[in-house]
Ligand binder design. Structure first.
Ligand SMILES: Nc1ncnc2c1ncn2[C@@H]1O[C@H](COP(=O)(O)OP(=O)(O)O)[C@@H](O)[C@H]1O
Ligand SMILES: [Mg+2]
Length: 414
């Protein structure tokens, strides 16, 4: 099957505008290529409550009635899309009521859904994940990047939770790289170090253990103790190639966003994860009554008075789309492992993020909330095109078994 990209939208906490973003972003994406939004959150403001489309079948039918996922797609009625600009959009609604299979997501059900998502005949799949960080959520998230995180300067706990997601994802990846069945275990020299390194990694992950606060200190210690052995190199590459993508919702100005969202987020990552992750701000969504009213009317803002032309000009041809979906090659030499011996200036990342905010503010496409989504879409397309596929979203969802197979074949570029 031709290339596809699965983009998750997540936030550690509810109420930050995750669904609002997921709905409007996938609508914007659908003007580029066929897109399906899958609602994996049964919260109070699930997708079906903000899109006024009659849902004939939803995930209930997928789980309980043996329906295919394709049979559970809902498209937009004419009243929401009178010109047919959004014909390439469809969504899968979450079940109306809490369902055991869905809430606890037994593995069997989860893997069936993952496979069905992989088989959807579309170019983009957007997953609106629920809050929290249990296996049922983690399994849908990428392995080498954060997917799209949504947080807001108005909800400090949600910003902290977004940092926790990044931490959980990168530690999960490191555990895979370091596991007994992983790519390093076949190398005798690397194997000898795995148990020790894993035990140390436990201490990095443990926030109550101050001796090894983050991966930078950990890698520096490992380098000093072991030198540039394969296990250390693999860990260093996993850290330096990890991309974090985020959207700021309820934006009220550069200064406020910087102080209340960017600084705490970046500081958390530097302090508890690593100062070497790649951070990519996709854009913001203004705090606007229009957005909320659109949700309440179940007529998403991106559907209201849309332009005849796609927000991304010129239209992408099939080849351009294919190359976009395939992404860029992995960057030739990653920073040398011994860079971990040097200290990173923590201010530099903050300055860079502040500059990004100022640059965004100068761009007119960030002023009206309606244009915010087109702007974020442009940044997302840029990321798809210019970053390796491993850096933004996923090509397909991998069950743990498939993951080990992938690891065995291509050690570091999941
Ligand atoms: N940019 C915004 N401006 C104003 N209200 C917003 C904005 N984004 C979301 N909201 C409102 O905030 C509430 C939570 O948004 P929602 O998308 O349901 O969050 P989540 O999916 O994270 O729980 C909803 O009432 C929604 O209408
Ligand atoms: Mg939601």
């Amino acid at each position: 099957m031709s290339a596809k990209r699965i983009l998750t939208v997540s936030s550690g906490k509810g109420g930050v505008g995750k669904s609002t973003f997921a709905v409007n972003f996938s609508l914007a994406l659908s003007r580029i290529a066929p897109t399906v939004l899958v609602d994996l959150d049964t919260g109070t403001s699930s997708v079906r409550n903000t899109v006024d489309a009659p849902v004939r079948k939803d995930l209930y039918h997928f789980f309980r009635k043996g329906e295919s996922l394709e049979a559970c797609l809902t498209t937009l009625p004419e009243k929401l899309d009178p010109h047919g600009y959004f014909r390439q959009f469809a969504f899968v609604a979450a079940p109306k009521h809490a369902m055991e299979e869905f809430i606890n997501f037994e593995e069997m059900h989860r893997y069936r859904l993952m496979r069905a998502i992989n088989e959807l005949p579309v170019k983009f799949v957007v997953l609106d994940l629920r809050a929290g960080l249990d296996a049922a959520v983690l399994d849908f998230l990428p392995h080498s990047n954060s997917g799209i995180l949504v947080f807001t300067p108005h909800h400090p706990a949600a910003t902290a939770a977004a940092g926790d997601i990044v931490k959980a994802l990168i530690f999960r990846k490191l555990r895979l790289v370091l596991s007994e069945e992983g790519p390093l275990a076949r190398d005798a020299e690397a194997r000898a170090h795995l148990a020790t390194i894993n035990a140390l990694l436990d201490r990095v992950e443990d926030v109550y253990d101050d001796a090894l606060p983050n991966l930078d200190v950990f890698l520096k210690d490992l380098l000093l103790a072991l030198g540039e052995v394969p296990a250390v190199r693999a860990l260093a590459e996993t850290v330096t190639s990890f991309h974090v993508h985020f959207v700021l919702n309820l934006f009220d100005g550069v200064r406020e966003s910087y102080e209340k969202a960017i600084v705490p987020f970046v500081t958390f990552l530097q302090g508890h994860v690593s100062a070497r992750l790649k951070l990519y701000n996709l854009g913001w969504i203004i705090h606007s009554a229009e957005v909320h009213e659109a949700n309440c009317r179940r007529f998403p803002i991106v559907l209201q008075n849309p332009d005849a032309t796609s927000p991304v000009a010129p239209r992408l041809g099939p080849e351009q789309l294919e190359s976009l979906l395939l992404g860029a090659p992995m960057p030739s030499p990653l920073p040398p492992t011994r860079d971990f011996l040097l200290d990173v200036n923590p201010e530099a990342a903050l300055v860079e993020q502040l500059e990004v905010l100022h640059a965004m503010q100068r761009d007119t496409a960030t002023r009206q909330v309606r244009d915010n989504f087109a702007y974020i879409l442009r940044r997302a397309l840029h990321a798809l095109h210019h970053f390796p596929v491993e850096s933004f979203g996923q090509r397909r969802l991998l069950t743990p078994l498939e993951l080990f197979e992938a690891l065995a074949g291509r050690p570091l570029t999941l």
